[in-house]
Write a protein that binds this ligand. Sequence first.
Ligand SMILES: Nc1ncnc2c1ncn2[C@@H]1O[C@H](COP(=O)(O)OP(=O)(O)OP(=O)(O)O)[C@@H](O)[C@H]1O
Ligand SMILES: [Mg+2]
Length: 506
Amino acid sequence: MLAVELVDIWKRFPGVVANAGATLGVRSGSVHAVLGENGAGKSTLMNVLAGVYQPDEGSVVLNGEPQRFASPADAIACGVGMVHQEFRLIPTFTVTENVVLGAAPTRLDRGSLRAQVGELAERFGLLTDPGRPVWQLSMGERQRVEILKALWRDASVLILDEPTAVLTPGEAVELGRVTRAMADDGRSVIFISHKLDEVTAFCDEATVMRGGATVAASLPVGELDASRLAELMVGQATAVSQRRQRAAQVDGEQSPALVVRDLRVRDVHGRAVVDDVSLDVRPGEIVGIAGVAGNGQRPLADAIAGLSPAEHGQVVVADADLSTASPAARSAAGLSYVPEDRLGVGLAPRLDAVENAVMRSYRRFARRRIVDRAASRAHTEGLIDRYRVKVARMDAPLAGLSGGNLQRLLVGRELDEKPTVVVAAQPTRGLDVQGVAAIQQILLDQSAAGVAVLLISEDLDELLALSDRLLVMHGGAVVASFDPDDADRTAIGAAMAGAVSTEGVS
Ligand SMILES: Nc1ncnc2c1ncn2[C@@H]1O[C@H](COP(=O)(O)OP(=O)(O)OP(=O)(O)O)[C@@H](O)[C@H]1O
Ligand SMILES: [Mg+2]
């Protein structure tokens, strides 16, 4: 029997039909992939299954029983748990507090709760420290907390919405094991991803969506290949984008556009999360930073952008020392930042598309201190067009946009300012094949136009294809430097794991 059946689901939002007759059937004890390009309606369908949205039409059937969920609590009571694309944890609470929130047996004290959460984590191989506050955790660890939350409520159906988008390759493989362990335990896992190799490695069957509808249901993953998948997802036979090899165009004589010297950042515990990092990026150069998540990439990027204070060290953009400048002053000096946390520091979910698009450049649209709505709207329309953002309504809060569309808007806004230096953290995370290719091309075009790009990514293929130079961070420090043209993946992997000395790295 099917654990989950979604039959002919319709869901409309103002100006957009997000689900238009979508169907899905998931066997118990299996891992089922849901694929589709950005905006295809995957998250919406999953939100219907998880009780976040009520469908306009169609039915949700669990183990043969029709269900009507008025809220996520109803869905959880029936064993459906969901880990959303954007996490929903309480940062100041500990791992344990987040996991048991609203579902703690009253007879247990804090110590035993913590122990039980620890046991559950161990059982499924979800490494975490139950006593730590969530705000201190990396994205990968936060995801494990979200999964634990669902398992704590004994979810028999677990929905993971683009789970690997926030994971390193190693963590992704680990998650593959976790989902298999859950399936072997008789549960069903629904796994949304844009990456075919993960789908083939971790999943049993795949359902493909396009334009809100299901275009291929429950295909055995063995029958999927990249071109067939692309055809299903975009409705035509398109070649899957090839990784572009860039032409060498960096003038080694030019002085660097971005100079970082001896930058050190400490976390609240006094640990040096960025440990005397020095690096240069020349105009037209793409310098990649590889590393396992949580090794200082994010605090490094935040410190370069001025979002977190450095203990010591220098940040220089086009010969201007910005070491103590505010984020706004850095941005005015030509530094653009695409942060990995798109709805935290990147975009404001409660504001609309226009407000988000001009939030960095609103002075240009101001007349006597009042922002000219028509002019900023026209600017936004141009941006949306150039970066192909699908926005149904310009005056609705951004929160409703799909993950990929949020990313396009963010990247577009930052790059449209004609920056001297771009710091891009995970800029293609969560994008579909075409979205990835589009953003990568934009970065290549930027560097061809002389912009210095610092690219932080957990996708080694992306780094190797785009970078002129590849640095590896481990334990807050830059521990190795590679030439991507004759890079040895094993050596890069070893550096990422911390198996090299820091000697001789410039
Ligand atoms: N709450 C909402 N309000 C308005 N429009 C919405 C809302 N949620 C989704 N949409 C729209 O519905 C469509 C489908 O979005 P959905 O998030 O389901 O896509 P997706 O397949 O998950 O895409 P991605 O791969 O980018 O995450 C998009 O056009 C999106 O903008
Ligand atoms: Mg989505």
